[in-house]
Ligand binder design. Structure first.
Ligand code: ATP
Length: 521
C-alpha cells in the first residue's frame, strides 16, 4: 500500500470517528443541537448534563492556571454589550469581514476564499492521484521526486495550482474582491448544489451580530454582540490597574461568550455562531513584548501538554500574514479528526488597542512606570483560546473503541481524570440486602469533594460500560463483604483493573488523581 492510499484510508477512518464522536456527544448528554425539538439552529449548540461538567472543568483548569498560579494575573467578567464606539476603535466595524459569494441558482452562500481553497485542494488531490497511480505501476522502482519533476500532466497541474495560489494570496493581501470572483470564474468553480457557475459579485460580510438598545421611539442605539472578549479587558485596563494597584508586567483574564455570524459554519462545535473564549491580555513595557511573547508561547503549550493527550498532537503554526497591528502571532494547533486546526492564538498586539481606545475615547490609557520614571501606553501579549474547540480536542483525543477478550467491544472516554464530568460512581452490586443504603452512605462522604454518581439499575457490567462512556475514572462497587469489613472494590476506567480498599481510604485514593493540582505539578 502506498503512503497516499494509507493517508486516504486514515482520512476516511478519521471522518468516521468524527461522526461517531458527534453522536456519542448527543447520546451521552455532552452536546445537543440548540432548539433540538425545532430541528436545531445553524452552528449553535447546547451542552448537556455531562458536557457542562466537562466544560466547567476546562474553564476551571484555565482560570486556575492563570489567576491562581500567576500572582500578577487577575480576572474580570465584563458585559457582552459594550459601547458601539468600542468596535469602531478596535477595527471590527470596518474590517471584521469575510468575502461572501452566492450562487444565483441554488441561492446558497459561500465564502469566496474557502471556494478557492477547495479549488487548490482539488489540484493537490489530482497531483496526488497521478503519483499514486504511477507508484502502483512502477512498484519498488518508483522514484517519486523524479516523477513529480518530469511527468507532463503532474507538472501542468502543479503550474496551475501555483498560479491560482499566487493570484489568491495577492487578492487577499490587496482585499481585491473582483479578483477573488475572477479566480472563481476563470477556473470554472461550480456550486456543489446546483452544479452551475452562475455567481454573484463577491461582497464583504461583517461577522458581527447587531441589535438595538432602547425603544425605537427614543432613537434606539445600534449595539453589537461582542465578537471577542478581549475588548472588555482593554476598556477596563485602567480600572483594574488602579484599583488593584497592579504593576507592569501584569495580566487580566476573562472567560465569556463571543458571537460571530460565521458564513459557513460546519464541523460541529469547531466553528459556532455563539461560543465561549478564555482570553488573557498581558500588559508589558514597550520593547519587552517579544520576550514575553516567547514566554507565553511556552507557558501555554505546557498547559496543553500537561493534559497528557499526546505531545505529538500539538504544533505551533506561525502566521504568514500578520494583522496590521501585530508584530508576532502564532496558533497552537491540535490534531482534530479533520486535521491540525487552531485551538488557541497567541498574539503580540503592540499598543494598537489601548492606543486606539485613547484616540476614540479621549481618555488617557497610560501607565506611569516608577522604575523608568515615565508614562507610556503598554504593549500587549494576548493568549486567546476557544472553550468549545478545547472541549472538542479533549473529546476527540479521549474517544476510544476497544475490543476486549471474547470479541466484546467497549466505548471508553479516556478523559484526563481532573476534567472528567463524574469522578466516581458508587454502585451497589445488587439492589437489596442493605447494599443500596451502604452505597448512599459512601456517596455522602464523597459528594462534597467531587461529582459523584449513584447507579443501581441493570447488571454491574452494563453500569461499568455506562460510566466508561462518559469517562468516569473510578467505579466503586459495594458488595456483601463491604457490610462485614467496610472495604469496597475500586475499578480503574482505563485498565479495568480492580482493587479492594477500605472505605476510609476512598477519598484520598480518588482525590490524588482527580485534582487539578495533579496537572499543575
Ligand atoms: P478561525 O481562523 O478558525 O476563524 P480566528 O483566528 O478568527 O479563528 P481568533 O479570533 O484568534 O480566531 O479567536 C481566538 C480563539 O477563539 C480561536 O483560537 C478559537 O479557539 C476560538 N474561536 C474563534 N472563532 C470561533 C468559532 N466560530 N467557534 C468556536 N470557536 C471559535
Amino acid at each position: 500500500m502506498t503512503d497516499i492510499t494509507q493517508k486516504r484510508q486514515k482520512m476516511a477512518q478519521q471522518e468516521d470517528v468524527f461522526k461517531k464522536l458527534i453522536s456519542h456527544c448527543k447520546e451521552y448528554g455532552f452536546v445537543f443541537p440548540s432548539s433540538d425539538i425545532y430541528d436545531g439552529l445553524g452552528a449553535v449548540y447546547d451542552y448537556g448534563q455531562n458536557g457542562v461538567e466537562l466544560k466547567n472543568n476546562i474553564k476551571r483548569y484555565w482560570w486556575d492556571s492563570m489567576v491562581l498560579l500567576h500572582e500578577n494575573v487577575v480576572g474580570i467578567d465584563s458585559a457582552i454589550f459594550m459601547h458601539p464606539t468600542v468596535w469602531k476603535a478596535s477595527g471590527h466595524v470596518d474590517a471584521f469581514n469575510d468575502p461572501l459569494i452566492d450562487n444565483k441558482d441554488s441561492k446558497k452562500r459561500y465564502r469566496a476564499d474557502v471556494l478557492i481553497e477547495e479549488l487548490l485542494a482539488k489540484y493537490d488531490d489530482k497531483i496526488e492521484k497521478e503519483v499514486e497511480k504511477a507508484a502502483k505501476r512502477f512498484g519498488d522502482s518508483f522514484d517519486e521526486t523524479t516523477f513529480r519533476e518530469t511527468n507532463a500532466r503532474t507538472l501542468e497541474n502543479q503550474a496551475k495550482r501555483d498560479e491560482i495560489h499566487a493570484r489568491f494570496v495577492k487578492a487577499l493581501n490587496e482585499s481585491d474582491l473582483n479578483e477573488l470572483r475572477q479566480i472563481i470564474v476563470d477556473y470554472e468553480v461550480v456550486c456543489p448544489i446546483s452544479g452551475t457557475k452562475n455567481w454573484t459579485e463577491v461582497r464583504q460580510f461583517n461577522l458581527m451580530f447587531s441589535t438595538e438598545m432602547g425603544s425605537t421611539s427614543d432613537g434606539a442605539t445600534k449595539v453589537y454582540l461582542r465578537p471577542e472578549t478581549a475588548q472588555g479587558i482593554f476598556v477596563n485596563f485602567l480600572n483594574v490597574q488602579k484599583t488593584g494597584r497592579m504593576k507592569i508586567p501584569f495580566g487580566i483574564a476573562q472567560i465569556g461568550k463571543a458571537f460571530r455570524n460565521e458564513i459557513v459554519a460546519r464541523q460541529f462545535i469547531f466553528r459556532m455562531r455563539e461560543f465561549e473564549q478564555m482570553e488573557m491580555q498581558f500588559f508589558v513595557r514597550p520593547g519587552e513584548e517579544l520576550e514575553w511573547f516567547a514566554k507565553w508561547k511556552e507557558i501555554r503549550m505546557k498547559w496543553h501538554k500537561a493534559l497528557g493527550l499526546g505531545d505529538h498532537k500539538y504544533r505551533f503554526h506561525d502566521h504568514d500574514k500578520l494583522a496590521h497591528y501585530a508584530n508576532a502571532a502564532t496558533d497552537i494547533e491540535f490534531e482534530m479528526p479533520f486535521g491540525f486546526k487552531e485551538v488557541e492564538g497567541i498574539h503580540s498586539r503592540t499598543d494598537f488597542d489601548l492606543g486606539s481606545h485613547e484616540k476614540y475615547s479621549g481618555k488617557k490609557l497610560q501607565y506611569f512606570d516608577t522604575e523608568l520614571n515615565q508614562s507610556y501606553v503598554p504593549y500587549v501579549i494576548e493568549t486567546s483560546i476557544g472553550v468549545d474547540r478545547m472541549f472538542l480536542s479533549v473529546m476527540a483525543a479521549s474517544y476510544c473503541e476497544e475490543t476486549l477478550e471474547g470479541n466484546e467491544t467497549r466505548v471508553v472516554l479516556k478523559l484526563p481524570p481532573p476534567l472528567a464530568p463524574v469522578k466516581v460512581a458508587v454502585l451497589p452490586l445488587v439492589k437489596k440486602d442493605g447494599l443500596p443504603e451502604k452505597a448512599q452512605e459512601i456517596i455522602q462522604t464523597l459528594k462534597f469533594d467531587f461529582k459523584s454518581m449513584y447507579d443501581e439499575k441493570d447488571s454491574i457490567g452494563k453500569r461499568y460500560r455506562r460510566q466508561d462512556a462518559i469517562g468516569t475514572p473510578y467505579c466503586v462497587t459495594v458488595d456483601h463483604q463491604t457490610l462485614e469489613d467496610s472495604t469496597v472494590t475500586v475499578r480503574h476506567r482505563d485498565t479495568m483493573q480492580q482493587e479492594r480498599i477500605p472505605v476510609s481510604n476512598l477519598l484520598h485514593t480518588i482525590s490524588h488523581k482527580v485534582s487539578l493540582k495533579s496537572l499543575f505539578l
